[in-house]
Design a protein around this ligand. Structure first.
Ligand SMILES: [Fe+2]
Ligand SMILES: [Fe+2]
Length: 304
């Protein structure tokens, strides 16, 4: 190995020769290996967006005594990426307890995002007492059914799904939504890159804790013919990635508080980290699409 190779070059080198998708920490910045591979092409991305998740506005407790402050920092960080993201997506658990005040606050805070468009999907914390009615009143403009929707941007097709509506439907899409996905993609050529947003993972990350979607396989079956499918979710409050065929799943982190690793303990309870360590567990994600690249490029950034 070249002793002069910088750590960053080493990551790219490893990425180029390694087939696995994974994450490497370089100077506080987590770079997915697929991102490094995409950077090699020298082509320019035509779509760049940011993902934030699980702000849990209204949460109080030792794991994060100031979720409003950390969410505000995440928004500032998105506003200082050095470019204007084409959009920002919040992948759910915007609020902690779905109160009107919490929805007002999170909506007002996201109004400060410097981006042309903000997209959201609901988390189970956004539909604790009304199967998502207050969520849809605040964020459901342009959605269909119980809050799902899709759109096209820069040659990419984006599908936003709802798998959190109530306890009975937690980790569940349902027949209406599956039908929506089937019809939605029917017209698309198979080389259209697909991005799917959901709150709960569409892969079985840890079903014992509700970290999976029981009928996701049906939705994914409609996407199987596409050459590039990227699923971005929240809910698990930690980075994780998995590839199944042409579909890659990326769990995002949170701006509020960490949860345990899958199966680490009896239940996914908020974790209190040692003093000064919280921000390292929180963060934002940058995503870009470059024509000609099968994989999207992701950069995970810890909260500054
Ligand atoms: Fe959450
Ligand atoms: Fe959640």
């Amino acid at each position: 190995m070249n002793p002069n190779m910088s750590r960053r070059q080493l990551v790219r080198h490893t990425a180029w020769f390694g087939a696995a998708v994974g994450f490497s920490v370089v100077g506080g910045e987590v770079i997915s290996h697929v991102a490094a591979a995409a950077e090699r092409s020298h082509a320019r991305p035509t779509l760049r967006f940011a993902q934030i998740s699980d702000s849990h506005i209204g949460f109080t407790g030792a794991p994060n005594p100031d979720v409003t402050g950390t969410f505000g920092h995440a928004i500032e960080q998105v506003n200082n990426l050095g470019y204007t993201p084409d959009f920002v997506v919040h992948t759910g658990d915007l609020t902690h307890l779905s109160t009107p005040g919490q929805f007002d606050q999170v909506k007002q805070m996201m109004g400060a995002l410097k981006t042309p468009q903000v997209f959201t999907v609901p988390g189970e914390h956004d539909s604790v007492d009304d199967t998502g009615q207050k969520y849809r009143n605040a964020f459901g403009v342009g959605s269909v059914g119980d809050g799902w929707y899709s759109f096209d941007i820069a040659g990419v097709h984006v599908i936003a799904l709802v798998n959190t509506l109530n306890l009975r439907k937690l980790g569940h899409l349902g027949a209406d939504q599956l039908d929506f996905v089937r019809k939605d993609v029917a017209r698309l050529p198979s080389d259209t890159p697909i991005i799917v947003f959901s709150h709960i993972p569409l892969f079985a990350m840890y079903p014992n804790w509700g970290w999976g979607t029981d009928d996701a396989a049906q939705a994914l079956s409609y996407l199987r013919r596409f050459s590039s499918v990227t699923c971005l979710n929240g809910h698990v409050h930690q980075l994780f990635s998995k590839t199944e065929g042409k579909v890659t799943f990326y769990s995002g982190t949170t701006t509020a508080y960490p949860l345990p690793r899958p199966g680490d303990g009896p239940a996914p309870k908020p974790v209190t980290l040692p003093a000064g360590k919280l921000r390292d567990a929180l963060g934002i994600r940058e995503v870009s699409y470059t024509p000609g690249e099968t994989a999207l490029a992701l950069k995970e950034r810890a909260l500054q």
